[in-house]
Every structure is written in structure tokens, then in C-alpha cells.
Design a protein around this ligand. Structure first.
Ligand code: UGA
Length: 437
């Protein structure tokens, strides 16, 4: 099928590439000409395992191309996916101005002679946005243009986006016309994944409700971790025990510094805001957000208790990406920790396997020292903080680490190290919801 994806950000680029990999002919459109030029030259703007190879492969066989022109990309497309940013406003509501602009731009290009089009909303949006997109297109394109709007939320995780897209748990298609539903089912036929057919509003809600529920699981286990810290229980064992119940599952019960990234913080806020607007305040989610925001502050308080003051103390931070396998630092807890430590006068050195380039412009101006080698980063440090769950950190050579640090004190904000190993190596080890050793 001929598909167009508008917006070559995280979702648009990875989705478009995986559609091409599955056999479709895909045109990715972005209004940033520098980005389009770079993509045509094989320069990929994000780090995502496996993505670069897939892009190059599909470009080479002519199934994937990049343009900044909607005039070029729309006429032949059977389905047009909108994957533009939907950032938060100051008050937590969603800024839909990119969606509205793209809807207008599509309308200006479409003509009745181009035939029936399915316009697919891939971006994460508040419930009822599909209706507004349809109204906008009709308003600007006129009644003769034949189209339907469909909601098709994306559930990929950064760091394993390619795998998530090629082997999805489920495909959700929200459509109010059978014709549009059939087009989308044809798009997803090669994926052999279960398809849930819904109305547009339910599909839109599924995305916010799914992300908010995962965030809720994280805040839940972090709240349990607090009780563990007061009682000497081990949150990892508690998570194991409750996760063995299939109705609960062990996934997303990793206690730590809390969730970051471009999705959970924004989507929980948006769902809170939408439910307030609808007169049904979702107080449970307000608590989820509160627990998450407190989590890294509580961790810092424990560090304050241990060091008394931070001023002039060398503190190493491992982990700047908001999670492992990505260079994305949006809403990263590691970045927040560095900023707070610097504000209190600590001498901070930081490292990350992939996010040094993205973090530098934010942290270098405030004096954070960037060190490529993780052991060199910890050299002479009084304390090492682990802020991201990278495997490199979990598998650190403790002998080597012990030989470079000034004091062997580790504050592990992601519970990725084994207290027993650390104890054997004479480290003082603090983590989240587990007894310190
Ligand atoms: C999340 C969802 O998992 C995807 O399904 C969704 O499609 C995506 O948002 C989106 O809306 O686009 P992502 O933000 O890439 O994906 O990352 P996650 O793997 O969900 O992790 C989010 C944050 O939660 C990270 O900071 C991670 O460290 C933290 N986390 C995750 C925990 O603290 N504990 C856990 O048990 C799991």
C-alpha cells in the first residue's frame, strides 16, 4: 500500500520505517528541511537500536523516502498518518496546535480527484481530537473531498521501538466507518497482531488510559518501596511476590527514581487535565504524579542525610538518558539530579553510554564535567549515583570501581546492582526500597 507519515520524530520515523519493512511504500514528510536532507543522506536524528539499518535497507530498495512536500506525498497515499508532537501546555493540558496546522495543510492539498483518503491520528491526543481533525479538514477542504479520520494510537517504547512496532501486542483502530476500518486493517495485515476495533473516542482514551495505568504501577511500587525502607523489607522480593499473580504481572513494578521520558509525565498530566475539564477529576492520577515527583527528592534527602552537605564534594552520576537504550533526556531524572547537586555546590561528573551529546548543552553550561569512561567518571568521587538502568552499569567491574572511588559509597536509584556483591566488595550501598548494606 502507499502510505504517508507526516512528522519524522520518534513515532513517525520508526513507524514509517517499520511499515516499509513490512512491505508498504512509505513517504515520510517533515517540515524541517535540514532533517529531511540528513535522512536522505542516511543521517538518523535519534539513537534507536536497529533503526538505522532498517532505514538504510528500505531506502535502498525504494520502499522508504523522505520529503518536505505534502504536495508530493499526499496525492497517491491511501492512508495519511499524522505523527506530530502534542506537547504539554503550562497547565498540563495538551497543545494541539501542530495537529490543527497539519489538518489544515492536508486540507489545502487534498482535492476530490485524489480519491478517498484515510487520515490517521497516530499522535497521542486527548479524547475527541479525531472529531476536531475531521471538522477542520472538512472546513478547509470543502465537502467534496472524500475522507475519514481514524485513531490508531502507538504503543512503542523508546529503546525497543523497532521490535515493539514489528511485533506489537495489539493494534488499536478506532474508526466510525467500515471503509476506513478496512483500509487500516489492510495496513496492519502483514503484522499478524491482534486487532481491536473500536470507535474513535475509545481508541483515543485507550492510549491515555494505558500510559497512565503503567505510570500508576510504577508509583504504586515506589510507594510500597517507602514502606519497605521503614520496615526492612525488600521491595524487589515484594514485587516478585505480587508479580507472580498473573492478574498483576511483574512488568513495570521496578522501584526506583520514578518515571521520566516524553510520554508518561506528559500523558498523566494530560489525562488529569482532560478529566478535570470533563468534570470527573481523576484524583488517583494526581496521587500517581505526586508520588513520582517526590521520588527523586526523597532519594536526594537520603544522600543529604549521608553526606550532610554537598558543597565541594565530588559526586559522580551514571545515567543521563531517561531510561536505558536511548539518547533521549526528556524529563530525565538523571538530569534533574545533576542540576540539583550543582545548585547545592557539588562538583558533579556525569556519564552515559548514549546521551552525552543530548545532555551536554543542558549540563555543561552549569559546570557538570562530562567523562566518557564510566570508571574515570567515578574517579575520586565520594559518592556514585546510578540514575539510569543501563546494562553497562549493572555489569560494572566492581574491582575497578573500588580502585578509583574516594569513598566506596553507591546510591543506586534503579536497583540494578546486587547488594550481596556490593557488600562482598566492601562498598556501602543504598538503593530504593531495599535495606542498605
Ligand atoms: C511509554 C510506554 O511504555 C509505551 O507503551 C508508550 O507507547 C510510550 O510511552 C508512548 O506513549 O509513546 P517510554 O516512555 O518509551 O514508553 O518508556 P518506558 O519503558 O515505558 O519507561 C518510562 C519511564 O518509566 C522510564 O523513565 C523508566 O525508567 C521508568 N520505569 C519503567 C520505572 O521506573 N519502573 C518500571 O518498572 C518501568
Amino acid at each position: 500500500m502507499k502510505l504517508t507519515i507526516i512528522g519524522s520524530g520518534y513515532v513517525g520515523l520508526t513507524t514509517g520505517t517499520c511499515f516499509a519493512e513490512m512491505g508498504h511504500h512509505v513517504t515520510c514528510v517533515d517540515n524541517n528541511e535540514t532533517k529531511v536532507k540528513a535522512l536522505r543522506e542516511g543521517i538518523i536524528p535519534i539513537y534507536e537500536p536497529g533503526l538505522e539499518d532498517l532505514i538504510k535497507k528500505n531506502v535502498a530498495v525504494g520502499k522508504l523516502k523522505f520529503t518536505s512536500s505534502l504536495q508530493e506525498a499526499l496525492p497517491e497515499a491511501e492512508a495519511i498518518f499524522i505523527a506530530v508532537p502534542t506537547p504539554p501546555n503550562e497547565d498540563g493540558s495538551v497543545d494541539l496546535s501542530f495537529m490543527e496546522r497539519v489538518a489544515r495543510e492536508i486540507a489545502e492539498v487534498l482535492t476530490p480527484s485524489m480519491g478517498y483518503k484515510v487520515i490517521v491520528d497516530k499522535s497521542t491526543v486527548p479524547v475527541k481530537t479525531g472529531e476536531k481533525v475531521a471538522q477542520t479538514i472538512t472546513h478547509y477542504a470543502g465537502k467534496e473531498v472524500e475522507f475519514d479520520v481514524v485513531s490508531n494510537p502507538e504503543f512503542l517504547r523508546e529503546g525497543c521501538a523497532v521490535d515493539d512496532l514489528l511485533h506489537p501486542d495489539r493494534i488499536v483502530i478506532g474508526a466510525n466507518s467500515q471503509r476506513a476500518m478496512d483500509v487500516l486493517k489492510q495496513v496492519y495485515r502483514p503484522f499478524h497482531a491482534p486487532i481491536l476495533e473500536t470507535d474513535i473516542e475509545s481508541a483515543e482514551l485507550i492510549k491515555h488510559a494505558a500510559n497512565s495505568f503503567l505510570a500508576l504501577k510504577i508509583s504504586y511500587i515506589n510507594a510500597v518501596a517507602r514502606v519497605c525502607e521503614k520496615t526492612g523489607a525488600d521491595v524487589e522480593l515484594v514485587a516478585e511476590g505480587i508479580g507472580m499473580d498473573k492478574r498483576i504481572s511483574r512488568h513495570f513494578l521496578n522501584a526506583g527514581l520514578g518515571y521520566g521520558g516524553s510520554c508518561f509525565p506528559k500523558d498523566v498530566k494530560a489525562f488529569i487535565s482532560i478529566s478535570r475539564q470533563l468534570g470527573e477529576p481523576f484524583l488517583l492520577l494526581e496521587e500517581v504524579e505526586r508520588i513520582n515527583e517526590e521520588q527523586h527528592e526523597r532519594f536526594l534527602n537520603r544522600l543529604r542525610d549521608r553526606l550532610w552537605v554537598f558543597r565541594d564534594k565530588k559526586i559522580a552520576v551514571w545515567g543521563l538518558a531517561f531510561k536505558q537504550n536511548t539518547d533521549d533526556i526528556r524529563e530525565s531524572i538523571g538530569i534533574k539530579l545533576c542540576q540539583k547537586l550543582v545548585a547545592e555546590g557539588a562538583i558533579v561528573s556525569a556519564t552515559d553510554p548514549k546521551a552525552m551529546g543530548t545532555a551536554r548543552p543542558i549540563l555543561e553550561p552549569i559546570g557538570v564535567n562530562f567523562v566518557d569512561d564510566m570508571y574515570e567518571c567515578a574517579r575520586d568521587a565520594e559518592v556514585l549515583i546510578i540514575a539510569t538502568e543501563w546494562a553497562d552499569f549493572a555489569n560494572a567491574d566492581l574491582q575497578k570501581l573500588s580502585s578509583v572511588m574516594r569513598n566506596r559509597i553507591i546510591f543506586d536509584g534503579r536497583n540494578i546492582m546486587s547488594p550481596d556483591n556490593l557488600k562482598t566488595m566492601n562498598f556501602e550501598y543504598h538503593s530504593v526500597g531495599r535495606p542498605s548494606v
